[in-house]
Design a protein around this ligand. Structure first.
Ligand SMILES: [Zn+2]
Length: 140
């Protein structure tokens, strides 16, 4: 589906921010998700094809990177982590880590889709990297 949006294309940061907020990166008005992480097939406001962006494992990678490096790694600096019983540490850290992961994942996925939109990376671009090289011969 082609985009019906006629307004100027937003810049990288604007598209990233719109996606982060859970809105269509093209217009910033329509919803990006119809469920927790399920991307709308098309924007309800401008009709932009939102299903064409291959987020794949990218958002999970960045979420793990952020949760692991900004939350888990600093936790290891506190002595109670090493001195308390394992059960107490697991109970007191796994719940906040799970909540942080579940809260961050849709935000990061939205920003990731916004970045893909801004960089004009679409699902069909992935075929260039996965297709059999023999199939890349010029078409008649
Ligand atoms: Zn839109």
């Amino acid at each position: 589906m082609q985009s019906m949006n006629t307004s100027p294309r937003p810049g990288f940061l604007a598209a990233l921010t719109r996606g982060f907020k859970g809105h269509c990166p093209a217009c910033g008005e329509g919803k990006l998700y119809w469920r927790y992480l399920k991307v709308e097939p098309a924007c309800g406001a401008c009709g932009h094809d939102l299903a064409q962006y291959p987020a794949d494992d990218g958002p999970a990678y960045f979420t793990i990177l952020i949760v692991g490096h900004l939350i888990v790694a600093p936790l290891l600096l506190f002595p109670f982590i090493w001195q308390a019983p394992v059960v107490l540490v697991l109970v007191s850290t796994l719940l906040p880590l799970t909540v942080a992961t579940l809260v961050l994942l849709p935000l990061i996925k939205g920003a990731f889709i916004g970045a893909l939109y801004a960089l004009r990376i679409k699902a069909q671009d992935g075929a260039l990297h996965t297709a059999d090289p023999a199939d890349r011969s010029p078409q008649p």
